[in-house]
Write a protein that binds this ligand. Structure first.
Ligand code: SF4
Length: 462
């Protein structure tokens, strides 16, 4: 049986979310083809004769692109059973089924995909019989990356000295044990996480190193959900590949609670850590249930610096509770902590996304601000009570999206955002001293963000 797995978007990484199902489906006797719409076009011959087309939606941007592509996929492969799987599939189940999607999976999806193939083989009908969300433990296989474009076509690592490295992408765990209210992991995993055995990750790293990877980007929602697992993993990888570097995503609370692990990460090749700081306003952090404070942010910066690891903070800069003064306080905090060069400008434009199933919907504090679910946005629209804040968000978003902005340094873009924010307040813009920018840090050539508006180019990429 021919199966086509499609990845709409995965922030420039070769997706584990295709490679792991590919291994399971190949073992089940399927002929698996992969299509990465970030790099490849939706050519009719790829879909010809496909019995199953399964689209992977791990993030908001990917889901928006998938929704735009589904009508064309259905037209090109009317014979195929259409499945959508990944974090954003269960929460958008109704919408997907209205678009003609037959089967929807979230969580640990691989066994369900194999059951679906059996259902199609035996002609047992199109109606979904498998559970939409599976959280039971599965036996991970070494991901099969043979049908994906080569690593050299994906995002690369840019080093401050101008050097670059080919990047591989691995996952040491899925899900998360935390319950941050705005997080899309929560409506599927509800505080549960599953580890990928060290030997499976090691085999995956090994095959990516053989394919040219010089750096591994770990895509776990939080790398320290299982600190002992993380320690074993990085030590095993480093023992076999001492020159390989890596990055990971770790929450502020874990950086503080497991500070003793930071030297272990450094010694095993960790170049930088992405941390979802989200806000420097303790009230907003409490509403998001982040379990850290503005003071913790500074503590995590100090701890990672002391360990010699760069910190790349990410933010939800605009929420219904953001004030102009609060936004300027965020910019000032970055200056104070010498982090301007560590923050991709897009992070200063991110607007809170409220998808179906979000725990934010339980917050009484949100109700005055939101409208009805908008299928085109894949979320609940909201307005800030101060219209100047929404206007500033649009202005910053426009600025960071302009082609000419891409040629500016982070410091130069920051200076423009600094001016926009003060103009929005009707204030004179304070002169920015040179201090506060900090040194450039290693970064991926595609910045980390999963919940921004897809560009027109992305929406037409298929
Ligand atoms: S720690 Fe990160 S991955 Fe886990 S629930 Fe919070 S935001 Fe989501």
């Amino acid at each position: 049986m021919k199966v086509v797995l499609i990845n709409p978007y995965e922030i420039g990484r070769q997706p584990f979310g295709l490679a792991e199902p590919a291994a399971w489906l190949t073992r089940a006797g399927c002929e698996v083809q992969c299509l990465d719409l970030a790099l490849q076009r939706l050519e009719p011959e790829v879909l010809r004769d496909a019995r199953l087309v399964a689209i992977y939606v791990a993030m908001h941007t990917a889901t928006r692109i998938a929704l735009a592509a589904i009508p064309r996929i259905r037209a090109l492969a009317p014979q195929a059973h259409l499945c959508v799987y990944g974090l954003y599939a269960p929460m958008n189940e109704k919408l997907l089924r209205e678009l003609g999607v037959h089967t929807v999976f979230g969580g640990e999806v691989e066994p369900a995909l194999v059951l679906l193939v059996e259902r199609l083989r035996t002609g047992a009908g199109r109606a979904q019989t498998e559970p939409v969300v599976n959280l039971s433990k599965i036996e991970f296989l070494t991901p099969d990356r043979s049908a994906l474009p080569p690593l050299q076509r994906y995002a690369h690592l840019q080093l401050p000295d101008g050097g670059r490295k080919t990047v591989g992408f691995a996952e040491g765990s899925r899900g998360c044990k935390h319950l941050c209210r705005h997080c899309p992991v929560v409506p599927v995993y509800y505080g549960m996480f599953r580890v990928v055995p060290v030997e499976v990750v090691l085999a995956d790293v090994r095959q990516q190193v053989a394919a040219g990877a010089q750096h591994i980007s770990f895509g776990d929602p939080d790398f320290l959900n299982g600190p002992s697992h993380a320690r074993r993993l990085v030590q095993a990888v480093h023992a076999e590949f001492p020159d390989l570097s890596y990055d990971a995503t770790i929450k502020i609370q874990h950086l503080i609670d497991h500070a003793e692990l930071l030297p272990v990460l450094k010694a095993s090749g960790c170049l930088f850590i992405t941390a979802a700081v989200e806000s420097v306003d303790d009230r907003v952090l409490a509403l998001l249930a982040k379990n850290h404070t503005n003071a913790d942010f500074a503590r995590a910066v100090a701890l990672t610096r002391a360990a010699g690891i760069a910190l790349a903070p990410t933010f939800v800069a605009f929420t219904p509770w953001t004030t102009l003064a609060g936004y300027i306080a965020l910019l000032a905090r970055l200056l104070e902590l010498d982090l301007v060069e560590s923050v991709p400008p897009i992070q200063l434009a991110i607007r809170l996304l409220i998808p179906q199933g979000s725990l934010l919907l339980e917050l009484p504090e949100l109700l005055p601000h939101i409208g009805a679910f908008d299928p085109a946005l894949l979320g609940y629209p909201w307005k800030n009570p101060d219209a100047r804040v929404d206007r500033l968000q649009h202005a910053v978003q426009e600025l960071v999206g302009q082609p000419e902005t891409q040629h500016l340094s982070r410091g130069e873009v920051f200076a423009r955002i600094w001016r926009l924010a003060h103009e929005a307040m009707g204030m004179e813009t304070p002169v920015l001293a040179d201090r506060g920018r900090g040194a450039p840090i290693p970064r991926l050539s595609e910045p980390w963000y999963c919940c921004a508006e897809p560009t027109d180019q992305q929406l037409q990429s298929y």
